[in-house]
Ligand binder design. Structure first.
Ligand SMILES: Nc1ncnc2c1ncn2[C@@H]1O[C@H](COP(=O)(O)OP(=O)(O)OP(=O)(O)O)[C@@H](O)[C@H]1O
Ligand SMILES: [Mg+2]
Length: 256
């Protein structure tokens, strides 16, 4: 793979991932540009979470190449250095027995040797970055609202100052106002930190307003990728059904 000018944060070629007879990712190719927010859409069970987990090395691949920030990721091990990426998982975002502060500090403890004072300062800075107060650091996950939980998970994903963040449905379960606030936060972080964001979302507002490009996953492949306007013009049957089906038409109509 040629990535001489470092234009791409993530490059995937000919990727195949499966479980037993279930081939989930089938010769998939994808480029994520540095500094962009790329939205990923696809049917439920279509392999979006599997794709993300494979890119970071949590799920082994059967075939193909993955490159993160210009470095080839070896099959069967966690990709890239500890600082290359952070992830907000779709489920079970936080450790319930740890406070918010300890959750945010978790990647620091795993990867670095820092003094407690410095760790506390970093935790406060990350919480502030995602719009939370230092006092929130003392709370336990069970004491947080859904929106706060997502923010803490994002703070943890940012703990090691990664170049890339993977967000798996970060606004699902949030009310439209909280989801909109979260979108603004992601956009701000992209702009101020130069982050590359790879985000699974079904939120049409997020796709329209924060994503620079949108990729559609169907039949184990990226079948369309480009600005939202291009996806709306796509001839691919699944992409057409997704964006022009009754439900999304209704939402788009209401939004306009
Ligand atoms: N660890 C695993 N072992 C076996 N099969 C798995 C595993 N993880 C995922 N799968 C299967 O891979 C397929 C894709 O799952 P995945 O979670 O990636 O879907 P998704 O696109 O993220 O769906 P959703 O939108 O519902 O989150 C499903 O058929 C699922 O059952
Ligand atoms: Mg998923």
């Amino acid at each position: 793979m040629q990535n001489m000018d470092g234009q791409f944060a993530i490059r995937v070629r000919d990727l195949v991932v499966g479980f037993g007879r279930n081939v989930v990712i089938d010769h998939l190719a994808l480029d994520v540009r540095r500094g962009e927010i790329l939205g990923l859409v696809g049917a439920s069970g279509g392999g979006k979470s599997v794709l993300m987990r494979t890119i970071i090395g949590l799920i082994p691949r059967r075939h193909g190449e993955i490159e993160i920030m210009g470095v080839a990721a070896g099959a069967g091990r966690i990709s890239g250095g500890a600082k290359q990426w952070g992830i907000l998982f779709q489920q079970g975002a936080l450790f319930s027995s740890l406070t918010v502060r300890q959750n945010v500090q978790f990647p620091l403890r795993e990867n670095l040797t820092l003094s407690e004072v410095l760790m506390d300062e970093i935790a406060i800075a990350k919480l502030e970055m995602v719009g939370l107060k230092p006092e929130d650091g003392d709370k336990f996950p069970s004491e947080l609202s859904g929106g706060m939980t997502k923010r803490v998970a994002l703070a943890r994903a940012l703990a090691l100052d990664p170049a890339i963040v993977f967000l798996d449905e970060p606004t699902s379960g949030l009310d439209p106002i909280a989801a909109g606030d979260f979108d603004v936060l992601i956009k701000t972080l992209q702009e101020t930190l130069g982050l590359t964001v790879f985000m699974v979302t079904h939120d049409l507002a997020s796709l329209n307003t924060v994503c620079d490009r949108v990729a559609a996953l169907a039949d184990g492949k990226i079948v369309a990728i480009g600005p939202m306007q291009d996806l709306l013009q796509s001839e691919h049957p699944w992409v057409r059904a997704y964006f022009h089906g009754k439900r999304s038409q209704m939402l788009q109509h209401q939004a306009s």
